[in-house]
Design a protein around this ligand. Sequence first.
Ligand code: PAF
Length: 285
Amino acid sequence: MRAIDQVSAMQAWSREVRGRDGLKVALVPTMGALHAGHLSLVTLARRHADRVVASVFVNPAQFDRADDLARYPRDLERDGALLAGAGADVLFAPDAAEIYPPGAQTFVTVEELAQPLCGAHRPGHFRGVATVVLKLFSIVQPDVAVFGEKDYQQLAVIRRMVRDLFLDVDVLAAPIVREADGLAMSSRNRHLAAAERAAARCLAAALAAGEAAVAAGERTAAAICAAATDELAREPLARVEYVALVDPDTLAAVTEVGERALLALAVWIGSTRLIDNRVLERRAP
Ligand code: PAF
């Protein structure tokens, strides 16, 4: 696996591989501190392209809190070894000045999709995400890019940006990878102390409670969200940021489940913020 940290070298690599060799390139953007969820993105990317570039860049523009940025886990050596093992061809790991050189002042805003859910609690977050993803697309020129469904709203924002800006990139979604007890894998799980880690199971349990409510015939958002919220309330270490039932495409709040609806939640366990989601489907009667 080749390691590249300069924009110009990354662009030159892509030009050569795509242009001269006619190969298909996939990009897996990450912020490092990799886990099995990220590696599943690389595996999916491999199936859809001849070469896989994985980027590791802790993007300052998407952090709404300085303390979260400062303590975001970083371990480039370990990340490189994991990516090589998973079959990535290039590790692109630029520093912040390379991506945001002095004087940089262009940002991308996806308007409505960035407003509810996490957007309502993390000002500027999706502007930072859309901006860095567009920069990575410009640098790597991928044919395909892979994102995880755990960050459902991020995926929706990126898909919208790709459509709105006519970007020639196929966006693929990879399913959430979970620990044995149901906790969605996340780089932030490393912050959890033992008791918090045990408590964090409540997110998956809350989604399961929402799903069980639908299976039992509940249709209203109020009842489904209450089932999830009641489950979270049983965990003393959990502090709910939001529990919401939304349209899976527009992310607008719904009052009834319809054919499909997205149950999404953000929960603080101590000083760690975790998110999770599940698409609920109404089964034919
Ligand atoms: O999902 C992430 O890790 C980040 O938000 C992304 C897509 C790499 C952009 O910084």
